[in-house]
Write a protein that binds this ligand. Structure first.
Ligand code: UD1
Ligand code: UDP
Length: 384
């Protein structure tokens, strides 16, 4: 029996961070011939992840444009991937999560009748436009995929409710595998501002914000809330905000937050810097998906700057709260966590509803099982 040709496809920062340990796992197993194709929907933010994890893709579509639209991303990926698939003819294509690269990757593979595996499958809000366009991307990939690697049991149930029950494995989230390789007690930051922060005496709050559905009024309100917090707690908190390279986000963050002494607007951090910064921080305020998974594992409270979340597990565990996108609501919830040690203690508990660091192993085992290379299905991840 020949080796299984498996091609991983990704294009943005979070996909890269979460696929990196899987690429390594596939490369280390003799049963696989592993190929990696990046669309480079993100350029700089992707390349730093490839560097950190020492990944050299065989294919790079280099599609990113300034202020790109959903249509340009999707169409450039579809055309580029058609050529790649004709060259390699993989047995299986693996896509991750819910970006435009994810959707186009699954669709391009389907057009060539190549099997599709969806990593981070089954997350849902039930609202077509929130997050936008991610909710529809992951739903459509759910229809296209043959293999579904769900981080949690909740995700598996979401798929079952849509009639998707074959080829489903509960594996944990690969981001917890990645986190296990990056966080170190003696870590030295290369971004100078981060080495000079007083993590003992000050409450360091990590902030990120980038989602398309927050563009406009919600982002205005979020930035106003951050400004209000910085001014109200001038001597108590330090806000560290690595600003996403999207020009929309850059404009919004700098126009509201420039010139405040306790707000540090820095370039996007490398994944290892970001993980170690969170590990030393007081709490996290974010609309990011990945941060909602990482911070609970590090015992840091999270305020989600969105109206809903597709990641209800840490909300149920009590370490994540939905703050919404209203200036006063965000300010009130953050103030409570800054002012009240009791409120803080309730949320600052390390929990791991998203994984145990063995997701990639289960995914590789699941692929072998699906292709009949082993009789034993992988053991499922259980959230304890
Ligand atoms: C994309 C994903 C989103 C994911 C996010 C992670 C889609 C539709 N959206 O959103 O699901 O949460 O990535 O960060 O797939 N840019 C650069 N350099 C970079 C990256 C981005 O200059 O390295 C700028 C470009 O001008 C680009 C813009 O940011 O046009 C927006 O990038 P895009 O991938 O379209 O959207 P994101 O908001 O990053
Ligand atoms: N991240 C990073 N540098 C930053 C901000 C985020 O490495 O400056 C990491 C973060 O730790 C997480 C991932 O990027 O692993 C989340 O990506 P993002 O917020 O862009 O996307 P989302 O998770 O919302 O899709």
């Amino acid at each position: 029996m020949g080796k299984l040709k498996v091609m991983t496809i990704f294009g943005t920062r979070p996909e890269a961070i979460k696929m990196a340990p899987l690429v390594k796992e596939l490369e280390s197993r003799p049963e696989f011939e592993s190929y990696c194709c990046v669309t480079a929907q993100h350029r700089q933010m992707l390349d730093t992840v490839l560097d950190i994890f020492h990944i050299k893709p065989q294919f790079d579509l280099d599609i990113m444009e300034d202020r790109q639209t959903l249509s340009t991303i999707t169409s450039k990926c579809l055309l580029g991937l058609e050529e790649v698939f004709q060259q390699v003819r993989p047995d299986l294509v693996l896509v991750h999560g819910d970006t435009s690269t994810t959707f186009a990757g699954a669709l391009a593979a389907f057009y060539q009748q190549i099997s599709v595996g969806h990593v981070e499958a089954g997350l849902r809000t039930g609202d077509k436009y929130s997050p936008f366009p991610e909710e529809m991307n992951r739903s459509m990939v759910g229809r296209l995929a043959d293999l579904h690697f769900c981080p949690t049991e909740t995700n598996r149930r979401n798929l079952a409710a849509e009639g998707i029950a074959r080829g489903v494995f509960v594996t944990g989230n690969t981001v917890i595998d990645a986190l296990g390789t990056t966080v170190r007690r003696d870590f030295q930051f290369t971004t100078p501002a981060l080495n000079h922060l007083d993590y003992q005496e000050k409450k360091v709050i990590v902030v990120t914000c980038h989602r398309r559905e927050n563009y406009g009024e919600p982002m205005e309100q979020i930035m106003n809330a951050l400004r209000r917090l910085a001014l109200a707690y001038e001597n108590e908190i330090e806000l560290v905000y690595p600003v996403h390279l999207s020009p929309v986000v850059q404009d919004s963050a700098h126009s509201h937050l420039d010139g405040l002494d306790n707000v540090h607007l820095v370039e996007p951090l490398t994944a290892d810097e970001m993980h170690n910064l969170m590990a030393r921080s007081y709490m996290v305020m974010t609309d990011s998906g990945g941060l909602q998974e990482e911070a609970p594992a590090l015992g840091k409270p999270v305020l989600v700057l969105r109206r809903e979340t597709e990641r209800p597990e840490a909300v149920a565990a009590g370490t994540v709260r939905i703050a919404g996108t209203g200036e006063l609501d965000i300010f009130a919830m953050a103030s409570e966590l800054i002012d009240s040690p009791a409120a803080y203690a309730v949320m600052a508990r390390a929990v791991n509803p998203y994984g145990d660091g063995r997701a990639c192993r289960r995914i590789a085992d699941g692929i072998l099982y699906y292709f009949g290379r082993t009789d034993r299905p992988p053991e499922m991840f259980k959230n304890r």
